[in-house]
Design a protein around this ligand. Structure first.
Ligand SMILES: Nc1ncnc2c1ncn2[C@@H]1O[C@H](COP(=O)(O)OP(=O)(O)OP(=O)(O)O)[C@@H](O)[C@H]1O
Ligand SMILES: CC(=O)N[C@H]1[C@@H]2OC[C@@H](O2)[C@@H](O)[C@@H]1O[C@H](C)C(=O)O
Length: 375
């Protein structure tokens, strides 16, 4: 006996996301038919301990081996813990943890076994969202854009808007909500903008033993070193046309560009690099969006937000201004994508990952409840 997923109508899904900054697992509930947002449900966050963070980070950049298996075990245990509180949903979208991402060379690796989670939780789990896209020639990321299209319609945006996620890595989605499905390739342009908070976090950890530059307190007193900023913008990534995506550690060496600088000048310069990457990215938008809606932890950094306001030609606001939740948007996205995968709807297209045809990636694991029914 297995638990089937309804083929039509609004269902309730929970999305679980563990992002590149390794702060913890976000879980958020969404009511949707896979096309429109019918409503938002509750959400929760489960932080990683310092030792869990260390074990997961030991797997960064690796594709197999003990460190990867250990990281996967930590991811699975943390997700089981938080998701036990969400077994009343119809299905779960489980992103897992990206350990390595090199779509044109090796592929993409998100660890955590969704089939095991489905069996343990007794709820269907959709997982491994990125592999199919990469196998068909796509970047495998970003995948939130189809959800951004639904969000733009939900907030009744009357023209193009942009969603900017500032986590460890930055990603931008330009959306024209007036172009409906099934023509999303003309409605969306999305790609990673460059490093966002990851280099600042690494600097804070290395020099001050801090997890991040809270409220931009260190960067605030600093001066941006323009020479380092120019070297950063000369990186070939910025000359590439989208679609394009990044691994968390692709820009590791940029921390070296600020090695000689004081703590505050270095923090200011790395923060300015994040903003400059976004400014470069905006030039690719088919037309200017009316607003840039910022999600992810970077929206809490006033120094970064001010740099963005100065360097972009349109208003930049935290996404709460339009009534959405900037901490949970990615978790909600994977709830939305799970429903689409379960219903055979596409989750990426040429404008989002560069994949040639619209594809629906993901594995659906339905628990076998035979033993439970007999109990
Ligand atoms: N008050 C704050 N001041 C400055 N920076 C902050 C603040 N709050 C959060 N951040 C930054 O945001 C980061 C977390 O962002 P977020 O949770 O969006 O990342 P993520 O989802 O793990 O990453 P990604 O989207 O790349 O997968 C923190 O590591 C920190 O750098
Ligand atoms: C390979 C991978 O996990 N990429 C993440 C990462 O974190 C931010 C950025 O890089 C984005 O491309 C993506 O995540 C979001 C949720 C996405 O797929 O839309």
């Amino acid at each position: 006996m297995s638990k089937a997923i309804a083929k039509t109508g609004v269902v309730t899904a929970a999305g679980a996301m563990s992002g590149t900054s390794l702060d913890g697992v976000d879980v958020a509930v969404l009511h949707t038919d896979g096309r429109d947002i019918a409503g938002f449900g509750r959400s929760s966050f489960r932080a990683y301990s310092a030792s869990e963070r260390k074990q997961i980070a030991a797997g960064f950049g690796l594709w197999a081996g003990n460190a990867v298996e250990e990281a996967a075990a930590v991811i699975e245990a943390a997700h089981l813990e938080i998701l036990r509180d969400f077994t009343d949903v119809d299905l779960i979208g489980f992103h897992g943890q990206t350990l390595a991402h090199a779509p044109r060379v090796h592929g993409t690796l998100q660890v955590g076994n969704g089939a095991m989670l489905a069996q343990e939780l007794g709820v269907p789990v959709v997982w491994d969202f990125r592999t199919a896209d990469v196998e068909l020639g796509g970047e495998g990321a970003p995948l939130a854009p189809f959800f951004h299209h639904a969000c733009a319609r939900y907030i009744k945006a009357d023209g193009p808007v942009a969603f900017l996620n500032l986590g460890g890595v930055g990603n931008l989605t330009w959306v024209d909500p007036s172009i409906p499905e099934p023509h999303l390739e003309g409605a969306l342009l999305a790609f990673d903008t460059g490093p966002a908070n990851a280099p600042v976090n690494d600097l804070m950890q290395e020099r001050l033993g801090l997890a991040y530059d809270k409220d931009g307190a260190v960067a605030r007193g600093g001066t941006v070193e323009t020479g380092a900023l120019e070297l950063f913008l000369a990186e070939p990534y910025f000359a590439r046309m989208p679609p394009k995506s990044l691994d968390r550690n692709d820009f590791d060496e940029i921390v070296a560009l600020v090695r000689e600088l004081s703590d505050s000048d270095a923090a200011a310069t790395l923060t300015a690099m994040c903003a400059a990457g976004v400014a470069e990215a905006m030039q690719h938008c088919p037309c200017a969006p009316s607003k840039v809606l910022v999600t992810g932890g970077g929206r809490r950094n006033p120094v970064l937000m001010q740099m963005l306001e100065v360097s972009l030609d349109c208003p930049v606001v935290a996404i709460e201004e339009v009534g959405l939740d900037g901490d949970m948007l990615e978790a909600q996205a994977f709830a939305y994508l799970a429903v689409r995968v379960a219903r055979g709807m596409p989750t990426s297209c040429a404008g989002t990952t560069g994949v040639r045809a619209a594809v629906g990636g993901g594995t659906v694991s339905v628990p076998d409840l035979t033993d439970r029914a007999a109990e």
